[in-house]
Design a protein around this ligand. Structure first.
Ligand code: NAP
Length: 314
């Protein structure tokens, strides 16, 4: 590493996008069990702006100042003295707790995997919090089977676009919901039916599905219980589940969290490298435009993942 200083976005207090400050700060050094990564791309996830706004401040308070972002892809620049699994120069991707919106990040290796050469850094940065979330819900929490019917809300989004493709890859029949602008794209991802939520109510069209994956929450989640068949499952990433309602209807309903291992992340990357599933990158911004990236993400509408391409901005 040539310099001891790096550019990073830091947040010093909860608030609006103006709290995303581009600063020149000390470059971190890896601890004994950590690696130092030169970050090439960072995924911009809805949780990044929710944390910055303080939405989770009572549940998981942030330590200020902090560098936002958890989804990373880059090149290992240095390794701690106990790290044997990774070497300097390897291209990796994965997840850290925070710190992704920076030229360099130190992180433990628990959720790091090798980036296949077929994937760009931006594509690899879209895996954590997108493909991992969809994979966990479909294959771990939902145990989806070939031939089952699954309704995916927010099918065009950072999680939903992966969920549609992974479910189709597994042999499921996918029905997706999105706005009119994204209908053709979701069809192209493999959904057999796509419902424009701005012009009709999905429950008037879909009944008796094996599984619902909800990335929208609120009223969409509330209306989803009724379309799951008895014995089926409703998984939400975005809203509060009612166990009572699920029990009454004889379905399983759960909030779905992402807790995937590095091995599972490696498997996902290979499925992508083999061409079964592709990352959709809707917008790419340089590091200094992190505010624009958050403004875009906060709209709650769009296609696939937004990324910061960190090295592009230097
Ligand atoms: N629990 C977890 O571990 C976990 C992990 C990742 C994400 N999440 C949460 O899951 C949610 C989605 O994340 P994301 O990364 O996919 O967000 P995103 O990339 O911003 O995508 C949101 C998508 O929702 C669609 N949408 C908005 N309103 C809709 C409606 N009424 N019906 C159907 N689709 C609608 C939008 O499509 P249109 O443009 O077509 O409207 C957009 O494509 C966020 O709340 C996020 O915090 C949770």
């Amino acid at each position: 590493m040539k310099t001891s200083k790096m550019q990073a976005i830091r947040v010093h207090q909860y608030g609006g996008v103006e709290e995303l400050q581009l600063e020149s700060i000390e470059c971190p050094r890896p601890g004994d069990n950590e690696v130092l990564i030169k970050v090439h791309a960072a995924g911009v996830l809805p949780i990044d702006w929710k944390q910055r706004q303080g939405i989770f401040k009572h549940l998981r308070p942030m330590q200020f100042p902090y560098i936002p972002g958890s989804a990373i892809a880059g090149i290992i620049e240095d390794v701690g003295k106990y790290v044997t699994k990774f070497q300097i120069g390897q291209e990796v991707f994965g997840r850290s707790s925070t710190g992704a919106y920076a030229e360099y990040i130190t992180t433990d290796i628990e959720r790091l995997a090798i980036k296949p050469p077929e994937l760009s850094f931006a594509e690899a940065a879209s895996i954590s919090g997108g493909a991992t979330t969809a994979w966990q819900a479909l294959f771990v929490n939902g145990n989806i089977q070939k031939g089952q019917r699954v309704l995916i809300h927010g099918a065009a989004g950072g999680v939903g676009s992966f969920a549609v493709q992974l479910a189709v890859w597994q042999g499921a029949q996918v029905i997706g919901t999105c706005s009119a602008a994204n209908v053709e794209m979701v069809k192209a991802l493999g959904a057999s039916e796509v419902i424009d939520y701005t012009s009709c109510r999905f429950e008037d069209i879909v009944k008796e599905v094996d599984m619902v994956l909800d990335t929208v929450g609120g009223d969409t989640l509330e209306r989803s219980y009724a379309v799951v068949k008895r014995g089926g499952v409703l998984l939400s990433f975005a809203g509060q589940i009612s166990p009572e309602k699920a029990r009454e209807l004889g379905i399983r309903a759960e909030f779905s969290n992402t807790l995937l291992s590095a091995d599972a992340m490696q498997e996902i990357a290979q499925v992508m490298a083999d061409g079964h599933v592709k990352a959709i990158i809707s917008h790419s911004y340089p590091l200094h435009a992190a505010r624009d990236a958050h403004i875009q993400s906060q709209t709650g509408h769009g296609r696939g993942r937004i990324v910061l391409e960190i090295q592009r901005s230097l």
